[in-house]
Design a protein around this ligand. Structure first.
Ligand SMILES: O=C(O)CCCC[C@@H]1SC[C@@H]2NC(=O)N[C@@H]21
Length: 193
């Protein structure tokens, strides 16, 4: 698809607006993994919880929506596998499999694929649709992250929700709001070129 024809009607994601090549796709996957690793270092500890506030949810959902399901999944899979293998780019410079927050990383993998598939159907083109996409993506991250946290720490379900969901709702809503500004605005600029 040429850059000129990749508009709101064409089933494109934002990354498709770049000239098509294998090198582009490899660079996007590497860049998506690196962006998520950088965002993980934007990390604020939460008192009483082993899970910090991080920039990862924003990065992972942005990577999914802008790259699409296939490349988004590959980027997050690379991020997860390299982190497990020892690259210190999980939250707070972490790596390996010991952290009870690893389930959120697995959730980001699935969420990136789902929001990427939705973005190809136009789910990042308006503020309202982007809101729904971000809420679904975050719900997927928590649906894997919170049970994993409970299993890894032995917490009860209610304790895992109190430590692994409730403290993050406002921050994740702000990150979703940021995406609701950035994605539809970018599409508007692209389509008005
Ligand atoms: O150990 C890791 O690298 C994963 C950290 C996961 C942080 C989770 S993601 C959902 C929630 N929102 C945040 O800002 N932090 C937690």
């Amino acid at each position: 698809m040429s850059t000129a024809t990749a508009d709101a009607r064409s089933g494109a994601v934002l990354a498709d607006l770049l000239p098509s090549s294998r090198v582009r796709d490899v660079a996007l996957v590497l860049g998506g993994a690196a962006l998520t690793g950088l965002a993980a270092q934007l990390s604020v500890p939460v008192p009483g919880s082993p899970v910090p506030v991080t920039g990862q949810t924003f990065a992972a959902l942005l990577v999914g929506t802008t790259l699409g399901a296939g490349r988004g999944l590959l980027a997050l899979a690379l991020y997860a596998l390299a982190g497990i293998a020892g690259v210190p780019w999980f939250a707070e410079g972490g790596s390996g499999t010991a952290a009870p927050s690893l389930g959120y990383v697995f959730g980001m993998l699935l969420a990136a694929a789902v929001v990427g598939a939705l973005a190809r159907r136009g789910a990042d083109r308006s503020v309202l649709r982007t809101a729904g996409t971000m809420i679904l993506g975050e719900a997927i991250i928590y649906a894997i992250g919170v049970p994993y946290l409970a299993l890894a720490t032995g917490m009860s379900a209610s304790a895992a929700i109190a430590a692994g969901l409730t403290p993050f709702l406002i921050g994740d809503a702000l990150k979703a709001a940021l995406a609701m500004g950035v994605l539809p605005t970018t599409w508007k600029l692209v389509n008005n070129r």
